[in-house]
Ligand binder design. Structure first.
Ligand code: 13P
Ligand code: ZN
Length: 332
């Protein structure tokens, strides 16, 4: 059974007025957690990873194994997506590996610090769209700049909100399938120093932009909630995470009613994983085999991802793809 594209996943989500979580993974154990959560909740799912950010020794080895793992979940509609592709060449590498969707993050230049101009962003995004579409792969672009660091690294992006006029021009010029819109969210485990309100999270921009680009699906990055309970659990077992607030659960559910179709989540899954790992390691001081702590961490991550699938509305929606998948398989 083939993997599905981001376009297929999000067209169905638009029909059903729900959102699909795109869960960041940095190794195969986490990928299994996400895929098992999708199976347990009968959800379509997007598994995504960032180039150069995995625990494995090479992107190519990891990506090949990731695609093979995803293909084993024959009963579940799965998109394998490159998150924040920094260059045209990285997108080509992911497409060659078998990814069914790529993001070209043209909001920054290749140094990942300097903001790109609108025209520079259009130029690289258009190039990726031409290549990807010729290979049957979907593309997500980014407009405005989402804050923070995507992979927990040192690059800190200053937030520049997306403009509805620019969104329409960008989509017309590039033909992207999905568009990441900066509405005030930021990446990472340290987001807001107090609970965010309407002046920080510009939910009003979502409906305004959605109305301007009806055939393109909107993406919310930096949508982790940063649960206080998980932070406390991490800190009880040796962590020192400062207090921070993310996007509240009800705001994420509301965003899917306003037009967000893909919700990117990395930190909440990673906090669930690390809270369980730290608790296990602090409690079981005799075991030297890593498998038991990784198993406990995987199960905690699966549970967190499954809970989010209910919040986003994708739980129980896999059936929408079964006809599409059968048709694609029959024509292959
Ligand atoms: P978080 O950092 O809020 O988990 O967001 C992840 C993300 O946007 C990946 O692209
Ligand atoms: Zn992101």
């Amino acid at each position: 059974m083939p993997l599905i594209t981001l376009r297929q996943a999000l067209d169905a989500a638009a029909d059903g007025a729900y959102g699909v979580g795109a869960f960041n993974v940095t190794d195969l154990v986490q990928a299994e957690a996400v895929l098992d959560a999708a199976r347990a909740t009968d959800s379509p799912v997007i598994v995504q990873t960032i180039a150069g950010a995995s625990a494995h020794g090479s992107d190519e080895a990891f990506w090949e194994a990731l695609i093979n793992l995803a293909r084993r979940y024959e009963d579940i509609p799965v998109v394998v997506h490159l998150d924040h592709g920094p260059t045209f060449d990285d997108c080509v590498r992911a497409i060659t590996a078998g990814f069914t969707s790529v993001m070209i993050d043209g909001s920054l230049l290749e140094d990942r610090v300097t903001h790109a101009s609108f025209d520079e962003n259009v130029e690289i995004t258009k190039r990726v769209v031409e290549y990807a579409h010729a290979h049957g792969v979907s593309v997500e672009g980014e407009l405005g700049t989402i804050g923070g660091s995507e992979d927990g690294g040192a690059t800190v992006k200053e937030i520049v909100l997306a403009e509805p006029d620019d969104a329409e021009r960008f989509v017309d010029a590039t033909g992207v399938d999905a568009l990441a819109v900066a509405i005030g969210t930021s990446h990472g485990a340290y987001k807001f120093s107090s609970p965010p309100d309407g002046s920080v999270l510009r939910m009003d921009l979502i409906a305004e932009i959605a109305a301007r680009v009806p055939r393109t699906h909107l993406v919310m990055h930096g949508s982790s909630s940063l649960p206080a309970g998980l932070r406390a659990q991490i800190n009880t077992h040796g962590g020192a995470l400062p207090e921070s607030w993310g996007v509240p659960e009800d705001e994420k559910a509301r965003s899917t009613k306003l037009g967000i179709r893909k919700l990117n989540q990395g930190m909440d899954s990673h906090m669930a994983y690390m809270a369980a790992a730290r608790t296990f390691l602090a409690t079981d001081v005799l075991t030297v085999d890593p498998a038991p702590f990784e198993r406990a961490a995987r199960q905690a991550m699966e549970q967190m991802v499954a809970e989010r699938m209910h919040v986003f509305g994708q739980a129980g929606q896999a059936y929408r793809h079964r006809g599409v998948r059968d048709a694609v398989a029959a024509s292959a």
